[in-house]
Design a protein around this ligand. Sequence first.
Ligand code: PMP
Length: 424
Amino acid sequence: TPSPDRATEDRATADLDLESLEAAHAALRAQDLSLDLTRGKPSPDQLALSDRLDGILAGAYRHDGTDLRNYGGIDGLPAAKRLGAVLMDVPAEAVLVGGNASLEMMFHAMLVGTHFGWDGPESAWANRPSVKVICPVPGYDRHFTVSERLAHEMVPVPMLDDGPDMDVVESIVADDPDVAAMWLVPKHSNPTGAICSDEVVTRIAALGNRARRGFRIIWDNAYAVHDLTPDPIPMASLWAACEEAGTTESVIHVASTSKITFAGAGLSFLAAGPDTLTALRQHLSAVTIGPDKVNQQRHVMLLPDIDALRAHMARHAALVAPKVDATTASLEEGLTGLARWTTPRGGYFVSLWTPPGLATEVVGLAADAGVRLTPAGAAFPLGHDPEDSHIRLAPSFPTLEEVRQAMDVVVTCVRLAIARRRAA
Ligand code: PMP
């Protein structure tokens, strides 16, 4: 997203009138709004698209000789593994099906790498002087919370429109033997909407040959099929690129149906190379006697093939796209020349960059006017945005009318913060 050029910026700034913006903000405060753009949750009408899950089994608890109600099946049902394979673009035999949260799978994967080791206890990253983890920024705050919990040292790397800045990533991996892992949301990234280009996918696959043994990339494809465009947006297969590079063990692929069916009652999936999978299976066997096969079968019946999945996602897109469009339309109308933002082609988020040093103030001004925004800095390790500029907007949950109201507030608050600074 290009920065506004100097002339546009000067013109836009000259248009700001502090007194009338203060008055507009006071008027918004008086409205007693209560709106929330904080988290990327599906809206109730999106959740309702999958309400058929309840009752879909109609008592058919036996499947291919398995009693779905009983213990067991750590890998998941074959058909559920195939659903995960479609989502992650990997072979079905490489898939484990988990519970309702891919975040839990990612936590366990990072726990194994950190404390148990991929090749036995001596290989645990925690034996190194420090455990460094590459974090593309802005990124997903809950990834950073996992790393914080496991005492990783987070190394921020710029996220560009076509994926992480690979020149920086490659030099870090080449120079520092303590680098143990990397987080990445490869498609419609949270929160910038970046999509990894073919070149980035190839370079990610090559990292496993440059890094020290034990290096793992968490390829969190949470938005793999969440395109807002009429046609699906393809992405090169990382699995295929890794096979070519001989680095299949270096990547842990993750996805879930949280934003396909029920956010709190869906399925999660993990895929990895055979050795990584063996280590994870062994670990997960100590965690659970087996996943929820009843829910797996319900999902397989709701989404039996790729066509059903695509049709289902098109219904989501019809609900989400107008809200994302309303968000970017507000920004364009009110902040052209004053700020920059993303125009995502999928996923759940719009990233907004205020002029440096104003994000915290804007979030505070919006809160005063009854609009909750994700805290400034949330998309950075330890919640620290060195520029204090980035704000993540999540318009999926409120109604379209609420999104428009909330964005009026956001735009007014950014304009006011700039006008105040200019006057100071
Ligand atoms: N990864 C990313 C990038 C996400 O945005 C989210 C949801 N906000 C998750 C993972 C969480 O997924 P799950 O519900 O499967 O834990």
